[in-house]
Design a protein around this ligand. Structure first.
Ligand SMILES: Cc1cc2nc3c(=O)[nH]c(=O)nc-3n(C[C@H](O)[C@H](O)[C@H](O)COP(=O)(O)OP(=O)(O)OC[C@H]3O[C@@H](n4cnc5c(N)ncnc54)[C@H](O)[C@@H]3O)c2cc1C
Length: 470
């Protein structure tokens, strides 16, 4: 279990007491019995003990909302299943495009995989904005990274997984089957993922070659992303949602790829695959009220935009700085104070640019003090029935939960998103209403039907599944 976690952990025996469990946004804590199995056998036993009040698997608790909580029932903390079983690195040579494979437990974090794989010239196929997520959580949310437009989402790289289902059996599930498609993005509701086989990406170094540029406004940003994203494996834009008028949607684009060995200066070639991310002291528990108010966030955004180069190419950055800048500050989620924060992420398809423009204008007019807002282009959708990414524009922003009028405002944005055929991301959600869900996720009836058949007594349940009627 990683230090940044938000639950008190207990082993499978003796019977644990109930503790408060919350998501990364800390908005909707609930109380559950947390069990931490350390083997497949203990996971089966733990599941049996959930019969009455239901259970849900939990990884490192990085889902922002209530997906890995189960009020009054059990939560299976899967971080005790944390072994890397086998690595096939035969395709990891510099010239090879093949990569390799790894078989690991579902509770292994992407951080640990990076520690083990990078020295072998291999990298995880998809990483989100934090490496403190587990393989199980990555599959259950079918996470995406900055490379979605090239590589698709996480489940696309899963060759097989072992799933503990409601009847107590462990099934090996392969892509191309209904159970796989329901599990990829299924938010833990088809069963407990115990282990998985993943395809890996070959790398020559642990550095990134990064191009940075500024975009003056939203249209400039979209034009740049549309014209040149295909040249980069990784692409994302930080967007200033407090900028108004002609500057609405101004942004800093950072795009790049794994640096080849030849791009490294001599001094870095002695250990080209070194991976030693820095960690600063934890964020303070009590942050002065108003630190994340409109004025201070506006100032931060202004400085961030101005400090970015108008255009810079080929800068070598550490992998951790490029992918996971926030991981350097443990517990950074505390800076939003006791009320926590909401992360709102939606996607609208290509052709719906006017909706995106309207939403960005509305957020900017609402003066949401968001310093973590990113825009990105998604590529092809995966096969997961409740998987979030579809081809289009995705915007994610953090907002303090206490912002006046936030609930009704986000409800209105949901309507805009749903009206444009888009959807919000369940792994980030803590507030969506069930009515909006069906149009956002058209395969929902298939998902529900499969669950009814596989798990007739709804053994697997979570606060999210109850709230949305999944
Ligand atoms: C700073 C930050 C940046 C992020 N950036 C991104 C991003 O760029 N892209 C993106 O897609 N997401 C992103 N996320 C969200 C995160 O990747 C997902 O929420 C992920 O699911 C978290 O994994 P976890 O191990 O913490 O799972 P948890 O948060 O503990 O659980 C998430 C879901 O997975 C299920 N689950 C967990 N383990 C298992 C298992 N073994 N078997 C079955 N189900 C299981 C849970 O039931 C729950 O439904 C980000 C989160 C943070 C905090």
């Amino acid at each position: 279990m990683h230090k940044g976690d938000t639950v008190t952990v207990m082993s499978a025996t003796p019977a644990p007491e109930s503790v408060s469990v919350s998501g990364w946004g800390r908005t909707a804590p609930s109380t559950a019995r947390v069990v931490r199995p350390r083997s497949q056998e203990e996971a089966v036993a733990a599941l049996r003990s959930c019969a009455e009040r239901g259970g849900i698997a939990r990884g490192l608790g990085r889902a922002y909302g209530d997906a890995a909580q189960n009020a009054g029932g059990a939560v299976l903390d899967m971080t005790g299943l944390d072994r890397v079983h086998t690595i096939d690195a035969t395709g990891a040579s510099a010239a090879s495009a093949a990569g390799g494979t790894v078989v690991c437990d579902a509770g292994v974090s992407l951080h640990h995989l990076m520690e083990v794989l990078l020295p072998l010239g291999l990298f995880v196929p998809v990483t989100p904005g934090t490496r403190y997520v587990t393989v199980g959580g990555a599959i259950a949310a079918d996470i995406h990274g900055k490379n979605h437009h090239v590589s698709g989402s996480f489940a696309h790289h899963v060759l097989a997984l072992d799933l503990l289902t409601a009847d107590g059996t462990v099934r090996t599930v392969e892509p191309g089957t209904p159970l796989f498609d329901a599990t990829a993005g299924g938010m833990g509701l088809t069963g407990v993922i115990l282990s998985a086989t993943l395809r890996l990406h070959p790398v020559e170094t642990s550095l990134m070659a990064v191009d940075t540029e500024r975009a003056a406004d939203l249209d400039d940003l979209m034009a740049r992303l549309t014209a040149t994203d295909h040249r980069y494996r990784y692409s994302v834009a930080w967007i200033d949602l407090l900028a108004r008028g002609a500057a609405t949607g101004r942004a800093v684009l950072t795009r790049g790829d794994h640096a080849p060995l030849a791009a490294l200066p001599d001094r870095a070639r002695t250990a080209p695959l070194a991976f030693r991310p820095r960690r600063l002291p934890p964020a303070p528990r009590f942050v002065p009220e108003g630190l994340l108010g409109r004025r201070s966030v506006g100032l931060f955004n202004e400085l961030w935009y101005r400090k970015a180069p108008r255009s810079r190419t080929g800068e070598l950055q550490k992998l951790s700085a490029f992918f996971h800048p926030l991981d350097g500050v443990p517990h950074w989620n505390r800076v939003y104070g006791r009320g926590g924060f909401v992360q709102y992420q939606f996607v609208v398809g290509y052709g719906q640019e006017e909706t995106l423009r309207r939403i960005v204008r509305r957020i900017s007019a609402h003066r949401c003090p968001s310093f973590l807002a990113v825009l990105k282009r998604f590529g092809e959708a995966g096969a997961g029935w409740l998987s979030f990414p579809v081809p289009g524009w995705t915007l994610a922003l953090d907002i303090p939960a206490g912002l006046p009028g936030l609930g009704p405002f986000l409800d209105e944005l949901d309507e805009e998103v749903a009206g444009a055929g888009g959807r919000v991301y369940l792994a980030k959600d803590s507030r969506l209403r069930p009515g909006a869900l069906a149009s956002m996720y058209p395969r929902l009836p298939d998902f529900r039907a499969l669950r009814r058949e596989l798990d007739p007594n709804s053994l697997f349940r979570s606060d999210l599944s109850r709230r949305l009627g999944l």
